[in-house]
Design a protein around this ligand. Structure first.
Ligand SMILES: Cc1cc2nc3c(=O)[nH]c(=O)nc-3n(C[C@H](O)[C@H](O)[C@H](O)COP(=O)(O)OP(=O)(O)OC[C@H]3O[C@@H](n4cnc5c(N)ncnc54)[C@H](O)[C@@H]3O)c2cc1C
Length: 292
């Protein structure tokens, strides 16, 4: 029995994935599953494990390039309330892994809780953002993480404390199948102070990113002591283009997908840029974008 037969209410077969990603690129998934509860999620993962069906978690699709071919197996989206809730207890806030980072930041700013506000404008889910340790020069999300609740391969809910986790530049060692929720510990401050910092960060971020109507993704991690964008400019690759994919003129570390762009265009552009940066600056850039 296929996954669609076992979980007919929550599973769609041959579902296009492009609409679920920021780039609006990518082939269809064999199955897309929207579990409504932890029990249902657990049952889906157990069935996949038993039948050797690969499972992938899809957040907001802001750090993801899905290739043009069909994606085999199950793609799981945590959009139901048990995965998107926000709960505040004093200076601690717990957020479901499928909730939006923006909603979390809005709640913390409203309650005068500092620590996350400078990440405003980074889009994605809480689970995807913690897994990718989002941040910039002002700080990283990991600085406020107290613990992360995950679902393991064995179907167990486990809490991983901050001291058991390793976060580096835009990555973490969170390799369990699902990030269910994250508890953050923040600093109490006057709400207007936190709000002011958030607005400043918003203005700075918007000036350094592709225009908001453009479908774009960040390509590379910043290597120690450099920014990827500066190295790309130094390698004279500013505004490089392959097919419909072009480096953003506002920040060379973003690929903008013009209409008709394929995943292959983006991957080729990234490879050409990486090779030129290595040749001309000696630095080998590491891809930040997750690719399916
Ligand atoms: C225009 C633009 C600007 C950006 N600016 C920044 C920036 O300034 N700083 C920065 O750090 N990033 C930035 N990003 C990258 C991106 O916003 C983040 O990495 C984003 O938070 C990823 O979250 P997501 O939910 O979209 O994850 P997705 O892209 O959907 O997934 C990313 C990875 O996380 C996994 N994942 C998702 N949810 C879960 C879960 N619940 N459990 C387990 N695994 C999961 C996926 O399987 C995948 O491997 C930017 C992206 C764009 C498009």
């Amino acid at each position: 029995m296929s996954l669609a037969d076992q979980f007919p209410d929550i599973t769609k077969r041959n579902q296009p994935l492009a609409p679920f990603t920021h780039l609006k690129i990518g082939g269809p998934a064999e199955f897309v599953v929207h579990p409504r509860s932890l029990d249902e999620l657990n049952a889906v993962l157990s069935a996949c494990q038993r039948d050797k069906v690969p499972v992938r978690m899809l957040g907001g699709g802001f750090n993801l390039l899905i290739k043009d071919d069909p994606v085999p197996g199950a793609v799981v989206r945590l959009t139901a309330e048990p995965f998107t809730y926000l709960h505040r207890d004093g200076k601690r806030v717990t957020a479901g892994g499928g909730g939006q980072l923006f909603d979390l930041i809005a709640l913390t700013v409203k309650h005068g809780l500092g620590g996350l506000e400078t990440l405003v404008g980074i889009r994605g889910t809480v689970g995807g953002s913690v897994r990718c340790n989002v941040g910039d020069r002002s700080g990283e999300i990991s600085q406020t993480v107290r613990n992360v609740t995950v679902l393991t391969d064995a179907g167990k809910v486990q809490v991983r404390g901050r001291d058991e986790l390793t976060f580096t530049e835009h990555q973490s060692d969170l390799d369990e199948p699902v990030i269910l929720s994250v508890e953050f510990e923040l600093d109490s401050e006057p709400p207007d102070v936190v709000l002011k910092r958030m607005l400043k960060a918003w203005i700075q971020r918007k000036a350094a990113e592709p225009l908001s109507f453009q479908a774009a993704v960040r390509l590379f991690r910043n290597p120690p002591g450099h920014t990827a964008a500066t190295l790309i400019d130094r390698a004279q690759m500013t505004k490089a283009r392959t097919g419909g994919a072009e480096l953003s003129e506002r920040n060379s570390n973003y690929a903008v997908a013009h209409p008709g762009t394929t995943a292959r265009d983006i991957l080729q552009l990234a490879e050409i840029v990486r090779a030129k940066v290595k040749e001309r600056t000696g630095v080998l850039l590491e891809r930040e974008l997750h690719v399916w």
